[in-house]
Design a protein around this ligand. Sequence first.
Ligand code: NAP
Ligand code: MG
Length: 489
Amino acid sequence: MSSKIKSLKYNGKWDFSPSIESLENLSIQKEYQLFINGKFQKPLAKKYFPSINPTNEQQLSSIAKAESDDVDLAVNSARAAFNGQWSEISAKERAKYIYRIARIIQEKSKELAIVETLDGGKPIRESRDIDIPLAAAHFFYYAGWADKLNYAFPNRTPKPLGVVGQIIPWNFPLMMAAWKIAPALATGNTVVLKPAESTSITALLLAEIIKEAELPPGVVNVITGDGSTGNLIVNHPDVNKIAFTGSTDVGKSIMKSISGTNKRSTMELGGKAANIIFEDAPLDQAVEGVINGIYFNQGHVCCAGSRLFIQESVYDVVIRKLKDRMQSLVVGNPLDKNTDIGAVNSKQQLATIHKYIDIGVKEGADIYQLNCELPKSGYWCPPTLFTNVSQSHSIAKEEIFGPVLAIQTFRTTQEVIDKANNTPYGLSAGVWTEKGSKAFNLAAKLKAGVIWANTYNKFDPTSPFGGYKESGHGREGGLHGLSPYLNLE
Ligand code: NAP
Ligand code: MG
């Protein structure tokens, strides 16, 4: 195949031979059903919606749409499993099932990575090296906790909540499913999970894995659909907890719906993270971290470092390095392992990103973009940065969820703390400095759930993740990720 494809020129700087993942042994079904009570079932109303490949706008598959009766079936099967077989199994046995899921994910990691890239548009390098290994790592990690809950919570009696409804977004489809399902199972709950409409396929492949791992029927149910399906899960009277990851607006509406009920909740919502470069920082490393922080996964990252603050004395040199590095990024076929920036997930998200880029220009900021040719079909946005930005600019205040960086400057530490905290969000932040004391000082004063020092976008199952303020409540990951799924008496 490679002889027919001429090597690609990247911005006239160097050539790479393309290295494109083969789709030869991949089988994506024409139609995917709902996974309820251990079986794949057609939706009762027989409605389906398309799943699109965002690089060429072609339909990959048809996905079942769950409506009210299907949601009932899923919740009832989760309830029956919770009252029955799942509660009778020892914690040690429960762990074995979770380990089994982790191992099968590893065995199928190549297929899962390719499907994640086809359905979502992210570079294969990311799905192969980050999404899928982290999904497996979460199952491994929480499998280890299943029979040690009494040690995790000494002198308490940890008890599962019951049926948990889990609703996830499209930016890390399989990884988000793992973040949700692994701790819920480890703590003895049963699950009804809904993936995002535009990226349902890997959650359904995970359902196949769960079937292969022979979990008792009904312990995990995966039902697909749009926001209305999510809404039905939220309002189902027999659901004990909602674990939601998504936008702050939908998070707020869910909180309104469940107020006055006994439902517990964790909310992992939006962000507008500050990445802060001090003059004493290792600047090349910092620039690499900024690029990773905002352009990773096309900026479809809740904790994306979308606001950059540069100390004035190093502003010119950082901007020069940043622009140089940006011009070497490769936008294109995400199945090519040389690609840095893949496709934007959906037409709707591309329209949102374009809207904000236009607003940035209209409000008077200076735009700079990667000078590259974008593919003719599909949804693409070149990496973009804005300078001459102030705190009041919309691009500095609102979550864009795309590859758009808003850059500001600062003189003093107190000034940057005030500016960084001047946001309704509080999910994450990054600090670049040679001085440990400065990093610790900022970590204490920045109002964000995760603060990276001299690195960015690092995830690990042992480390808790979650937000302050409008970025949500509750933590996922680590020991902290267990308690939202437990009654601790
Ligand atoms: P979204 O529109 O809020 O959707 C998230 C999920 O909720 C999807 O499965 C969606 O279904 C479903 N949904 C939509 N309306 C609903 C309703 N009324 N009731 C119940 N469920 C409903 O968010 P998104 O655009 O997919 O994802 C981007 C957002 O997620 C960003 O704001 C990002 O910051 C946030 N996010 C946060 C974290 C974190 O850990 N804090 C991680 C990743 C993403 P459909 O997709 O089918 O509409
Ligand atoms: Mg898709």
